[in-house]
Design a protein around this ligand. Sequence first.
Ligand SMILES: NC(=O)C1=CN([C@@H]2O[C@H](COP(=O)(O)OP(=O)(O)OC[C@H]3O[C@@H](n4cnc5c(N)ncnc54)[C@H](O)[C@@H]3O)[C@@H](O)[C@H]2O)[C@@H](O)CC1
Ligand SMILES: Nc1ncnc2c1ncn2[C@@H]1O[C@H](COP(=O)(O)OP(=O)(O)O)[C@@H](O)[C@H]1O
Ligand SMILES: [K+]
Length: 507
Amino acid sequence: MIHAWSVDDVRAAEERAARGLPDDELMQRAAQGLAAVVAARLPADPHTQPLVVALVGGGNNGGDALHALAHLAALVGEPLDLVAVLTGPQAHEAGLAAAREVGVEVHDATTEPGRDAAVEILGLADVVLDGVYGIGGRAGLPDLVAALVDTIAEDAHVVAVDVPSGADPGGEVPTGEGVWADETVTFGGPKPVHVLGTADRCGLLTVVDIGLDLDEVTPAAQRLEHDDLALLWPVPGPQDDKYSRGVLGVVAGGESYTGAPALCVTAAVEAGAGMVRYVGPPGPTALVRQLVPEAVHGAGRVQAWVVGPGLDPAPESWDRLGLDQVAAARRALDGDLPCVVDAGALDLLDGPREHAGARTLLTPHAGELARLISRVDPDVTELTREQVSAEPVRWARRAAQLLRCTVLLKGGTTYVVPPPGSGLPVRAQADAPAWAGTAGSGDVLAGLAGALLAAGLDPLDAGSLAALVHGVAAHDANPGGPVRALAIAQQLPRTVARLLARPEARR
Ligand SMILES: NC(=O)C1=CN([C@@H]2O[C@H](COP(=O)(O)OP(=O)(O)OC[C@H]3O[C@@H](n4cnc5c(N)ncnc54)[C@H](O)[C@@H]3O)[C@@H](O)[C@H]2O)[C@@H](O)CC1
Ligand SMILES: Nc1ncnc2c1ncn2[C@@H]1O[C@H](COP(=O)(O)OP(=O)(O)O)[C@@H](O)[C@H]1O
Ligand SMILES: [K+]
């Protein structure tokens, strides 16, 4: 699992670590680690002299980059072209002196000749160090810096120092503006942006140990990795039976949406639920009977519910069957069992579920979350899908607070936000190929998450593990190409087996 700490917690840890050390010790450690990574990335061609260009901001992030250039000169020993481009009126004094000392060429991009020289040289660079802003940064870039970033050679290897400049270090505002790095070298520990930010923004992540002690500090964000599956997945033991493994009830579909329940039930069965009980009208029931002979029909004793895939909660469409189905959904929501609340059932929620202890995982996409918040938040009149996508963590957190539950917000990156006050970190998973964004794929996710809730996982683990497995299964089902929702569901057993068998995971 990747743990990421808030910018404030990292700054406090830096302060603790710096006590009793020489003034620039932590920066030197950071710069040395950074230089070692850059040295390993230099082109090996003996006929060309590698060109390394650092974009240098006015703060300590620029200081890291300047010191790294100085360390690099000493580390590599062979001729190198080293250039620093200053992006602001000031630069870290000691860093600049160290760089000049080893012969780094310095251009001041705030002057016209300096800018012209910088543009030319950025277009030729083999490696670019982005040392403009680190954890002192915020989303977006000043025009001058943005223009410089635009001129970086297409084939240059871009290494972000600590944080890609232009990204929000706190990871709350996933703007695409600014640097997209091939890799990011961070110090002390990952920051939220490395986990929550737009997938691919940071590239390969390396953490340089600079002696910060974060072990006792609660992370702000986490990401499950493939090896975490073996720790969390409910593997049955010899004493288990279908009941002890967890029975999932699914209230889904209506006469107008027959496919969603079939996909949801299939996913739950393929994910290894002990048993799945389906509750729905005759049309979808017939389809579930045909496609999933393992499912049983009608309400009964269960350990958790999935409520909502393909459920039509709109009153004008309610005939007797529709009314029965909405009543079944409400019974599940009013009960005290863990519940995945998806799609149509989100429209049935007006506030927290009645039983305060009931564990609840909402699984909206951005449009559904916008509609939900517009309806239940007294301070918001009309929230749009675009607003949710611009600040996904903020809005998922808002819903988690209003409804006192865990919110899984689906998308290219899927965020799982626990209720505020729980002390639990936000999780973000970006395991799925974009092909996974296909009709019915969310119904599969709901069934999978439901099976995990029924097996006893808490909503944060169930949601994030479901997002991980769903994404990996979407890849495994057809690497590099399109995938249909049913294929994701049918791939689940093999994907789970593959991840359980990873040698790292079994250690
Ligand atoms: N504090 C420490 O002990 C250490 C800090 N280190 C480095 O120091 C960095 C943090 O340095 P600083 O606190 O000086 O901050 P930064 O160097 O990240 O940013 C400097 C200043 O730039 C301005 N700025 C940021 N984003 C902007 C934007 N989008 N548009 C316009 N102006 C913007 C802000 O006023 C900010 O304070 C870390 O990311 C890391 O690289 C490392 O040397 C390790 C040790
Ligand atoms: N760009 C993307 N990259 C990867 N996965 C995506 C992308 N867009 C959507 N997804 C995933 O596809 C699924 C879509 O769910 P949803 O919107 O509920 O569709 P449906 O209601 O048709 O099942 C979610 O698991 C979501 O995370
Ligand atoms: K940076």
